[in-house]
Design a binder for this molecule. Structure first.
Ligand SMILES: C[S@@+](CC[C@H](N)C(=O)[O-])C[C@H]1O[C@@H](n2cnc3c(N)ncnc32)[C@H](O)[C@@H]1O
Length: 251
């Protein structure tokens, strides 16, 4: 396997934020774009993952690739999150600025951080109880991002991932991908006012991201424990949860 093939496997969308400020360019339209691509269904996925995140046992949560704060806004409406701290992070200053506006009335609970999920030297090792990342793993190097999650999580800490996945019926999955290949460019072009690159990465990320079973295996190979996943909307996306190894297991 060549170096490029190996990096493409880790970085489904082959997106590098240093090379293209695409999320900065589409920041003000990002939420509209999500509605358009998913016909609003992303709201159900986000509500579900927010409930899952809130139900976990944590005092400090780090949310990677937080975008416009859509998930964290929903986490904050769940019961039992009062008094907990959320570090909402993203590599795009413009996305984070929108998150800041939307989350401003929760400023006591939320700390915004400009962070590259692949390399977070400012976040101390074993310093957070839970790490979440939603719809962000497919557009970064997931091996590096997951290694960083493993590093910053306390032993026994919780990992929650919402990401594109696979419909287990191959024919249906191919139909879905064919539909997205047509629909995403058109809707993306309309929603972004003609920014052709806006959907390119997301589409490739969806195509190249591992199956739910494949991601679960990767997590286990990296050392995460208790890996479980749930498919949503037939498997268009899945929520994976896992635990970082406890100290007794040599974490
Ligand atoms: C598809 S959006 C998801 C946003 C949000 N989590 C949601 O579900 O609405 C992806 C986000 O990942 C961010 N991103 C891309 N590469 C990143 C990286 N290496 N580190 C941190 N954030 C990154 C982008 O700036 C963008 O805000």
């Amino acid at each position: 396997m060549t170096v490029r093939e190996s990096s493409a496997l880790d970085n489904a969308a082959e997106f590098e934020w240093q090379a293209d400020d695409i999320f900065g360019r589409i920041a003000t339209r990002y939420d509209r774009l999500c509605d358009a691509f998913s016909f609003g269904i992303h709201r159900l996925w986000k509500r579900k993952v927010a409930r899952r995140i809130a139900s976990e046992n944590w005092d400090v949560l780090l949310d990677g690739a937080t975008g416009t704060g859509d998930i964290i806004l929903r986490v904050l409406t769940q019961e039992g999150v009062e008094g907990r701290t959320i570090l909402a992070s993203d590599v795009s200053a413009k996305m984070l600025a929108i998150a800041g506006e939307r989350l401003s009335r929760h400023s006591a609970a939320v700390v915004l951080k400009l962070l590259d999920a692949e390399n977070m030297p400012s976040v101390p090792t074993h310093s957070v109880d839970a790490y979440s990342i939603s719809l962000g793993l497919k557009i970064c190097n997931r091996r590096l991002a997951l290694q960083e999650a493993l590093r910053v999580l306390k032993p026994g800490g919780r990992l929650i991932i919402l990401e594109a996945s696979n419909i287990p019926w191959a024919v249906l999955h191919r139909v879905y991908l064919a539909y997205m290949s047509v629909c995403m460019p058109v809707l993306g072009w309309l929603a972004t006012g003609g920014d052709a690159s806006a959907y390119k990465y997301l589409l490739q990320g969806i195509r190249e991201f591992p199956t739910a079973e494949g991601l679960a295996e990767e997590l286990e190979n990296m050392g995460f424990e208790n890996v479980v996943f749930e498919r949503l909307s037939l498997g268009i996306v899945a929520i994976h949860t896992a635990r970082s190894p406890s100290e007794e297991n040599g974490a």
